[in-house]
Write a protein that binds this ligand. Structure first.
Ligand code: IFM
Length: 442
């Protein structure tokens, strides 16, 4: 058997990622809570409910699981609606709780990366028009200041907005996230204001903490023309990818937001990322389709031969990870894989998905591309937005009724990777033997 290890650079960040509304439970003052109460919005009418009961205190045992698994960092988010329940009130107890959490992470040997906005918004903000309202940039900055002032002794790595491209697309084009709109003009307003909000937050954070490293996490979807010989498939792929993958990150690079049929200047956004976070999960085939005007005349499918996750949500396309990193290089800042993972309750696909994707990260590292870390989504099964509890992304299985955690084989696999700071042939032979020959050819 080949004896080899894909080593990662010293100091590489290994962790898992979570988001407040998905794990905390009891969040009743935000737009997702309201959305969950509306019939037909969440698959099978499910609700986040207690989620993983982190607000009830189970964050500590889950952090311990991450630490025991050799992780040296954890990416978590703070819930705006808890910290600022109304525009004129700050909840010091909530801020103290987050302080306790990031202190505990540090004490357990895990560097916290804090996401300041991960899909959920306070109800009061939505009543004011949410991210469509130009005033949101100022509201967000005020909130961010308060969080950074509180947590800055323990946190210096900040992700301002998680997946702004998903937030705007799902909430304002597809209509499956709140507020459920299908309105390209609203999508453009939201994207523009998110760029402004990020820029305001970036400057506020650096004013409070000059050594901070501030970035965003972009959901990168690899997109390939469905028919290589058909130019319209190439055109729509380019348009889709430019809007979905490029627009936000390019705006932070050069201060121009490219929106559908328009370009808008946000001068203050230029040069406002210290790193780029890449959330990579899958690859689409894109074809031109005249019937899909609402989707900019494109249809997205998966390769017919691709291996799919349990509910068909993700196609296992590891080479897209390499492509995502290659894409991120254009921004000339350190790259962090801020999310990657697969829904798989039985843990049949996850071990090989993990091995194959880590190998692609390693390939990029070997070109000396500046990849600094990898966060697996997620530590424990959690509430998957409009898909409710139907998808299980955790290394740890969660019994939602009893709150019991059950170890999946991937827990040990990922722990071995974190401890070794590498992916070895032994590990692949043990956890994902079916891809051994592919990853370690003779
Ligand atoms: O659960 C989500 C997360 O909130 C954002 N990125 C994708 C994950 C899996 O769907």
């Amino acid at each position: 058997m080949a004896q080899a290890t894909f080593h990662f650079p010293r100091g590489f960040l290994w962790g898992t990622a979570t988001a407040a509304h998905q794990v905390e439970g009891g969040n009743t003052n935000n737009n997702w809570y309201a959305w969950e109460q509306e019939p037909g919005r969440i698959l099978n009418g499910e609700k986040s409910g207690l989620a993983c009961d982190w607000w009830g205190g189970r964050w500590r045992e889950d952090f311990q699981r991450a630490a025991d698994g050799g992780q040296n960092t954890h990416r978590l988010s703070v819930e705006w609606s808890r910290i600022q329940p109304t525009p004129d009130r700050w909840d010091e107890t909530a801020l103290d709780r987050y302080l306790e959490m990031v202190r505990a992470l540090t004490e357990m040997g895990m560097m916290p990366m804090v996401t300041l906005h991960h899909f959920s918004d306070p109800l009061w903000l939505m009543e004011k028009g949410g991210w469509e309202n130009p005033a949101v940039a100022g509201y967000f900055e005020t909130f961010v200041r308060r969080v950074v002032e509180t947590l800055k002794d323990y946190v210096s790595m900040w992700c301002t907005i998680n997946e702004p491209n998903v937030y705007a697309t799902m909430g304002y084009v597809m209509g499956v996230f709140p507020p459920g709109k299908k309105d390209v003009a609203a999508y453009s307003r939201v994207t523009y204001n998110m760029v402004r909000g990020h820029a305001a937050a970036y400057r506020a954070i650096h004013a409070l903490q000059p050594q901070a490293r501030v970035g965003t996490a972009i959901n990168y979807r690899s997109m390939v023309p469905a028919k290589g010989w058909f130019p319209p498939d190439h055109w729509v792929t380019r348009v889709q990818s430019a809007l979905y993958n490029d627009a936000f990150a390019r705006a932070l690079q050069d201060g121009w937001v490219r929106l559908p049929l328009a370009r808008k200047r946000v001068a203050e956004a230029k040069g406002t990322h210290d790193f780029i976070g890449v959330n990579y999960y899958t690859r689409d085939l894109v074809s031109f389709n005249l019937l899909k005007a609402g989707d900019l005349f494109s249809r997205r499918t998966y390769r017919s031969e691709a291996e799919l996750s349990t509910t068909g949500f993700i196609a296992n396309e590891p080479e897209g990870m390499f492509e995502a990193i290659k894409w991120a290089r254009q921004f000339n800042v350190p790259i962090i894989i801020t999310e990657n993972g697969v829904e798989d309750p039985e843990d049949r696909l996850r071990p090989r998905y993990l091995a194959q994707h880590l190998q692609q990260v390693w390939r990029a590292v070997n070109f000396n591309w500046p990849v600094k870390g990898y966060y697996h989504w997620s530590l424990v099964d959690n509430f998957e937005w409009e898909r409710g509890w139907s998808q299980r992304f955790g290394l740890w299985e969660l019994n939602v009724e009893t709150q019991a955690r059950v170890k999946r084989a991937s827990v040990d696999f990922f722990a071995d990777v974190c401890r070794e700071n590498g992916l070895s042939a032994d590990m692949v032979a043990r956890y994902a033997p079916e891809v051994f020959a592919q990853l370690f050819p003779n």
